[in-house]
Design a protein around this ligand. Sequence first.
Ligand SMILES: [Zn+2]
Length: 671
Amino acid sequence: MKTNPPARRAPRLAALAAALSLCACAGPGIKPEALNAGPLPAEPATVQSQQDWLGRLPFADRQDFEDAERGRIAGLEQPQIRSADGRVAWDAQAYAFESGDEAPATVNPSLWRQARLNNVSGLFKVTERVYQIRGLDLANMTIVEGDNGIIVIDPLLSAETARAGLDLYYRHRPARPVSAVVYTHSHIDHFGGVRGVISEDDVKAGRVQVIAPSGFMEEAISENVLAGTAMSRRAQYMYGALLPKGATGQVDAGLGKGLSRGTVTLIAPSLLIEKPVETRRIDGVDIEFQLTPGTEAPAEMNLYFPQMRTLCIAENAVRTQHNLLTLRGAKVRDAKQWSYYLDETLARYGARSDVLLGQHHWPTWGRERINRLLADQRDMYAYLNDQTLRLMNQGYTPMEIAERLHKLPEPLASQWYARDYYGSISHNVRAVYQRYLGFYDGNPANLNPLPPVETARRTIAWMGGADAVLAKAREAYRQGDYRWVAQIGNQLVFAEPENQAARQLQAAALEQLGYQSENSTWRNAYLSGAQELRKGVAVPPTQGAASADLVKALTVPMFFDFLSVRLNADKAGGKAMRINWVFPDLDQRYAMTLNNSALTYRADAAHAAPTATITLRKPVLNAVFSGRTKPGDAIRSGQMQVTGDQQALAALFGMLDSFTPSFNIVTPAAR
Ligand SMILES: [Zn+2]
């Protein structure tokens, strides 16, 4: 008998979709528990803190504003870029409130400055034959004019914004076809819009080359799969995706204004750069590709254009301190390697470069300034790495190191491009600790602490109960001691999540910390926490389909790995299964085993006595996993053949969990 597993159990890649599309789903549907809607104004201590910042940094230096405006040709004619279904993928006017030079009291003045620089958008001429689209997405799209067509470097995150960028270029420059696309690295904001500028047919017909660094596909696809839902939820905090834009809300994302919300696509590269340094002529343009693996991304490369004396530094040097560990969560990056490659770039191209451009922020003109920037960025990552290790070897633990290394050495600390808008010294030094020593600080008192709710309940009780702690915390709040209030307020909320007074105080403390933060991602995180304490967690709207291109690019092992992550150990308890999978189109076989509540598989193998054997083509797997085809329908239509136990697949799918990126963060996990 053929089976038809219940539809609600059909495995979906919704969570994966969110993760792969990096869509930090903004949503309506706030739970109706709002008490104090907030936001509150800046408290006197915050006003004072902002004032202090003005004397700390060289605000009179206007060079960055000149550079950000230099060569600007035009902006978008229609400020809103819409997708086919009418969704606003990008709104170039959303940050019009950032017009004034003086920061509002609710925004750190250094961050306000960066936010205004990132808001300069449109088409720019960088140098002869080199143009940039900036401020139409998180990243930049660079266009280099070849002999017959144009070379597009990094087609943004969404097809819609990339298309709008190309159209803007064509309105002011000859409409010559795209002859090549270059992906500088494996992060989605640098390739997701590719179908906005070329089609797969162009590539297949040899009209367009797609060039990427070695390892690109594997890295582009794998990073967001297994922990995708957690990353996606945390990305909402980091980018402030659920916050309104405004002086008490989201003002920037450090690397740019924020993420676009269009269609994420991918076309596989037709040419991989494999050698450490490789020179090629593309459409009459000489390009020296310099691989920089294991830096800002696992697969990344710089491009040098000798004819234009121009260096494209990809995302290896940006106008902020970058992340060694992104707040959304990822594997820790290697600061030492990053620093090493920046020096190699400086040595190789420093003397030959008149223009330096990156795939975020504005360019730098002039050899001296370029050399200074590259050397400073090299030193910054070396300093973070080495000084953390020095203090680790003296026995200091992560928070102690973060306190001791709170400032870069001068004059580096006063360079705007070394400031904490995206990465921060505080979280980067803790990332270095994590990379080398892991989660455990070596103190056995921290080896097995009680979990958060239990700790909070006992702490608050031993401190005299919630009312007594609240009274003290309110006093600390009045004194502007927000960092401490946030720590104790968190204990209060975790001990008594329904205590509205505790939630309000905690929200207020997080909010003031957000207002004071120089780092956009910290600000976004603090303000997102405050919003959820006041209004509850926004229930994400029904998520759109996974990016078809990204699902297609997943390998069978990636699908199986994700399946294993969804296995609910309790439901699988005491069950055993041996399933053979056969993919005739790929000529691949896998022997999958369910045992001890763990799902494992072996490639190029088959069980001798399987519970069931499933034969299907890879596109059917894509369709079933992304919810477009129900497994039962696939079986009935003959797209999927099952021999042996016909119920096996339904039973296995019945043991899988689904994930939604709306779990609690600032309040205890749902039980
Ligand atoms: Zn990027």
